[in-house]
Design a protein around this ligand. Structure first.
Ligand code: COA
Length: 446
């Protein structure tokens, strides 16, 4: 038997594994392969519940994952074993573990690579690890090792199955840079020296150590910006300039690479609201511009007036791009996202921004009318308050029209000491964060 030494993985691969694991929900069926990225994913799946494994190749990650209790005893996922595969490749310890172990069941690769067979598994997760990807997320260069064993073709077949499976996800994973420090996200592949393969339009989640780009339903402009967001910070500026030269993004597109590199990923969290609505909360990104504009155009004139204190019929690219390109320090904005299948929709935004004149951070909120009254703004205000207190911010300030009873209610419900005054036609509220007992439980971070 050919033995494969189980190699340790570094911090970067660990981060990729963590990012991928956040895309995998309890109950999903995961297709892991051989390699360090898959070991890292498996290590981060140990706290999940009711997972299944259907894959071409089972490797050493299986032992720890089974021992962790994350794999369920649901035998209906495929036809039989808890772990369904075509073959096994790994260490001697793995071969001994698999030998005559009824947990494992093996099927011909032709069967397990057939998207029309595997697609019937619900919530199927296909992960393809590649060397390079182009900025549209459509064209990849595989590792040379992928010509061995099952090869890239079966991984792509599995990605197709994951995409057409109900609630499935096809994920591409890669390091943001190669060993020489060159970006693995490129504008175009060098076809003279490389052999690019199309991801057949099915792969929608691209993951590096810098995060996840969800390309589902996005325009080329949105895709390019989302891909730049997960590129190595040293290459983002250059990628943006090249994207401009290829007309993938507007010529005046702002992208402050320095700011994007400070993206506070640890502020990403999830919350279940009172009526069961699940929202994902994360800091805003430059690539959110189009989603934010869609949010803006959903609002009634009254909501816009409450937010901007003026009639505001349009939100041009020039204005919105400044709004979404923030430094995460003087200005911090978080968005609430609702996921429907692979679709993401921003349904709310909350921010604070430093105001020199008052020496305080001005807070402002907006929640999609379809989602108002569910506690979104209440949660976001608690969350911003917690972040501000952690960062040593002492004062928030807010300007609210007297008619805006919902906003006043959200503020009044908080445990912060508020001083209220009336100027011209709006209330000015001062929040003393130094004298507050923030409900830290209500704003739990991951
Ligand atoms: C103000 C706004 C952000 C609130 O968002 P939201 O997610 O609906 O807020 P929540 O659900 O967390 O809380 C709203 C509270 O106000 C109450 N409320 C709603 N409308 C109300 C009204 N007309 N009178 C009194 N209370 C009202 C709700 O019952 C709820 O209180 P409860 O949780 O005790 O039941 C949202 O309405 C909005 O986007 N408005 C337009 C933009 C805006 O006004 N921005 C503020 C600029 S600073």
């Amino acid at each position: 038997l050919i033995e494969r030494k189980n190699k340790p993985y570094d911090e970067i691969v660990d981060r990729i594994g963590w990012n991928i694991s956040n895309l995998i929900e309890d109950g999903a069926t995961v297709g892991l392969h051989v390699g360090r990225i898959f070991n890292a994913v498996a290590d981060h799946l140990k706290n999940k519940k009711n997972l299944g494994i259907v894959t071409h190749v089972v490797s050493d990650w299986a032992i720890d994952l089974i021992n962790s209790g994350a794999i369920s005893l649901d035998r209906s996922r495929f036809n039989g074993g808890l772990i369904t595969a075509s073959y096994c490749y790994g260490s001697r310890a793995l071969y001994e573990y698999v030998d005559r172990n009824p947990i494992f069941e093996f099927y011909p690769i032709a069967r397990l690579s057939n998207p029309f067979v595997v697609r019937r598994i619900q919530s199927l997760i296909g992960i393809v690890n590649v060397k390079k990807i182009d900025i549209s997320g459509e064209s990849v260069i595989f590792h040379s090792g992928d010509n061995l064993i099952t090869g890239y073709e079966s991984k792509l077949g599995f990605a197709v199955a994951a995409t057409i499976s109900k609630k499935g996800k096809a994920i591409v994973a890669l390091n943001s840079v190669d060993k020489q420090g060159r970006s693995n996200i490129v504008i175009k592949h060098d076809c003279d020296v490389e052999n690019p393969h199309s991801t057949l339009g099915v792969v929608k989640y691209i993951v590096t150590e810098y995060g996840v780009a969800n390309l589902f339903g996005k325009s080329i402009r949105e895709r390019a910006l989302a891909m730049i967001d997960i590129a190595h910070p040293d290459h983002r500026e250059d990628l943006l300039n090249q994207a401009k030269a290829h007309n993938y993004v507007y010529a005046d597109q702002i992208y402050v690479a320095r700011h994007a590199a400070h993206y506070p990923a640890l502020l990403e969290t999830r919350k279940s609201l009172k009526d069961g609505l699940e929202i994902k909360i994360r800091p805003i990104k430059t690539s959110d511009e189009d989603m934010m504009r869609r949010l803006f155009y959903n609002f009634s004139d009254e909501s816009k007036y409450f937010r901007y204190f003026a009639s505001k019929p349009i939100m041009p690219h020039k204005e919105m791009q400044k709004y979404v390109s923030i430094d995460y320090e003087d200005v911090l904005s978080v968005v609430a996202i609702v996921e429907k299948g692979r679709n993401e929709r921003i349904i709310a935004e909350a921010r604070y921004a430093y105001d020199k004149k008052t020496d305080a951070y001005e807070v402002a909120f907006i929640v999609d009318e379809e989602f108002q009254g569910k506690g979104v703004a209440t949660f976001l205000f608690n969350y911003l308050t917690k972040i501000a207190c952690d960062r040593g911010i002492k004062w928030f300030i807010a300007y609210v029209l007297p008619r805006n009873e919902a906003m006043l209610k959200v503020f009044e419900k908080s445990k912060i000491k508020i001083t209220r005054s009336y100027d011209v036609d709006a209330f000015t509220l001062h929040f003393n964060l130094a004298q507050t007992d923030v409900d830290r439980e209500a704003a739990v971070t991951k």
